[in-house]
Design a protein around this ligand. Structure first.
Ligand code: AMP
Length: 545
């Protein structure tokens, strides 16, 4: 079969951007996916959600946005060459070649590869190609919508599709499976050792008292560590570690592998879920930024090992010696952990029946330097990827994870730095980002420098005052209040926003949504104060409002 031209994908994106209804969008997607050759399904699906590199990989495209604009400008002055138009596969393969380029001459090579594509594209193709490179499609195809399309394509219920997605971890692979094998393919997906699955996520808890009343049963409380999520796969002597984004991080964490080996002889095979935390000389957790240095690997692994020792904490088990444990309840999974994992690696846990007990444990966690608590339902299965109310996080300060979409040049002491960051929430409906505040607070000088460098790599435009950037950097932002405000088109504005950390572990689409901002805004009116909230602020030395 002849390869599908990229033009068809661009035309589909154009149509999708004009359609408002979810159902119509899904129908268009399904029709398109059905027509594709199997080999094309995965690349096309990823391109459709604005991805330019394979899932789970570590490669980055490293194409500055300025380069893309230059190319487009250059190509607009040329008449379309009379050669074959690019196909979907060709676009994908070229992007992969670009991502794998290294060393001397790679910039030129990258340019010429891009040129070879762009010069053969029509204006419509170019527009969507650029959107893809920038990562802002704005045609309303989120992961969720593509999952709905998969459900229809495979004629399988959404629940099964979700489950297969969490186990496979990769959306592109899932769509391919649906196209190739239909419902039976989707239903046959099983947890596989050494293939990372999407970790279970948590919602925010505003009021533990209300929660306990509503549940009418005790809950498990665990420390919420301020670290990085790790999924550990153990098969005999082999230990492999994956990040929250499903990338493999084993190589950078030899000390964590060592810690795993200390208890791994108690079983043959297992998949464990946990967190690694940087610890200081006094044994207390160090700030998250220190930990990120280990993941970013600015220095050699050996140097960082000495500078930032890591402590592993295990809080869940998903698989043990041939037994998938996802549908076992928390209480049973915890029982297994207690049998297998020595207490020094096991996340401290307490069963609580009252809000006072929650408060006491929260106080203990904070006094030991942790971020807060996780509240987990004792009767909950492990539901990777989905945010349900089965796990809840209780933190003293309200924070949102937002994406930097622009930054202003600094003045005075901050001259030469991009210092005032425009913070945006994700809008999955539109596939874009909506500004809800600005801040220059929270970063150290070193971080300002790092941030400036990174943002300039992502530059879309610079009017001498504000630099617009590709939405890629996610930051955790603390704030005191969300207000309704005409200042931003989103209609919301954060009061006293300050960056508390850079979340390189999150993709921009994993940032908090505008929907969530709206919910939080409304909750401000309903919400009673957390038990112990005033106390927490006393401990942390800051006011609530
Ligand atoms: P957040 O990233 O703010 O959505 O919070 C969820 C994250 O908290 C998880 O992805 C883990 O990395 C982290 N975490 C820390 N301690 C725990 C714990 N005891 N159980 C589950 N997740 C935890």
């Amino acid at each position: 079969m002849a390869e599908t031209p990229y033009r068809e994908l661009a035309e589909l994106c154009e149509r999708l951007s004009r359609l408002a209804g979810r159902k119509d969008k899904v129908a268009q997607l399904v029709r398109f996916l059905r027509k594709l050759d199997l080999e094309e399904v995965e690349p096309a699906s990823l391109l459709l959600i604005g991805r330019t590199t394979p899932e789970g990989g570590v490669e980055k495209l490293e194409v500055s946005v300025a380069t893309v604009f230059d190319l487009l400008r250059e190509s607009s002055q040329l008449t379309l060459m009379d050669s074959a138009p690019p196909t979907i596969l060709e676009v994908w393969r070229t992007l992969q070649s670009i991502a794998s380029l290294r060393g001397a001459g790679s910039r030129e090579r990258r340019l010429s590869l891009l040129r070879s594509l762009v010069h053969r594209m029509t204006d419509l193709e170019k527009r969507w190609f650029l959107k893809q490179l920038i990562g802002e499609m704005q045609h309303g195809v989120s992961e969720g919508l593509l999952l709905e399309a998969v459900s229809e394509l495979a004629n399988a219920p959404m629940e099964k599709v979700q489950r297969a997605f969490m186990l496979l971890g990769r959306l592109g692979e899932l769509v391919r499976l649906a196209a190739a094998e239909g419902r039976s393919g989707i239903e046959s997906v099983k947890l596989k050792l050494f293939r990372p699955l999407r970790p279970m996520l948590a919602e925010v808890c505003h009021d533990p008292r209300e929660l306990l009343e509503k549940l009418g049963e005790p809950v498990a409380l665990e420390y919420k560590f301020d670290g990085a999520r790790v999924q550990i796969h153990i098969g005999g002597p082999v230990v492999r570690i994956f990040s929250r984004r499903l990338g493999e991080v084993t190589e950078g964490l030899p000390d964590v592998v060592q810690q795993v080996r200390e208890f791994a002889d108690g079983f043959r095979e297992a998949v464990l879920d946990g967190e690694v935390v940087a610890v200081g000389g006094n044994g207390r957790p160090m700030p998250f930024q220190e930990l990120l240095r280990r993941f970013r690997r600015i220095r050699s692994v050996e140097e960082e090992l000495e500078r930032v020792p890591l402590k592993l904490w295990i809080f869940d088990i998903l698989y043990l010696d041939g037994r998938e444990l996802l549908d076992e309840l928390y209480a049973e999974r915890r029982r297994l952990l207690e049998e297998l994992i020595p207490p020094s690696y096991l996340t401290p846990m307490r069963v609580a029946r009252s809000a006072d007990e929650v408060e006491a444990f929260l106080r203990k966690a904070l006094s030991e330097g942790h971020e807060g608590l996780m509240i987990k339902q004792l009767s909950s299965p492990y539901r990777p990827g989905r945010r349900e109310k089965l796990w809840l996080k209780l933190k003293p300060a309200e924070t949102l994870d937002l994406v930097i979409v622009a930054a202003d040049w600094g003045h005075g002491r901050r001259t030469g730095w991009l210092s005032n960051y425009h913070l945006a929430a994700y809008d999955p409906e539109a596939g874009g980002f909506r500004v809800i505040g600005k801040t220059f607070k929270g970063l150290t000088d070193e971080e300002f420098e790092w941030m400036t460098k990174r943002l300039l790599e992502l530059k879309l435009s610079d009017d001498g005052y504000t630099v617009r950037v590709k939405p890629e950097i996610v930051v955790e932002v603390a704030y005191n209040e969300i207000q309704r405000s005409p200042k931003y088109p989103s209609g919301y504005a954060l009061r006293f926003a300050r960056i508390t950390r850079v979340r390189t572990d999150k993709r921009p689409e994993e940032a908090d949504t505008i929907q969530r901002v709206k919910e939080l805004y409304l909750k401000q009116f309903e919400r009673k104060r957390l038990p112990g909230e005033d106390l927490i602020w006393k401990l942390r030395g800051g006011p609530l409002k």
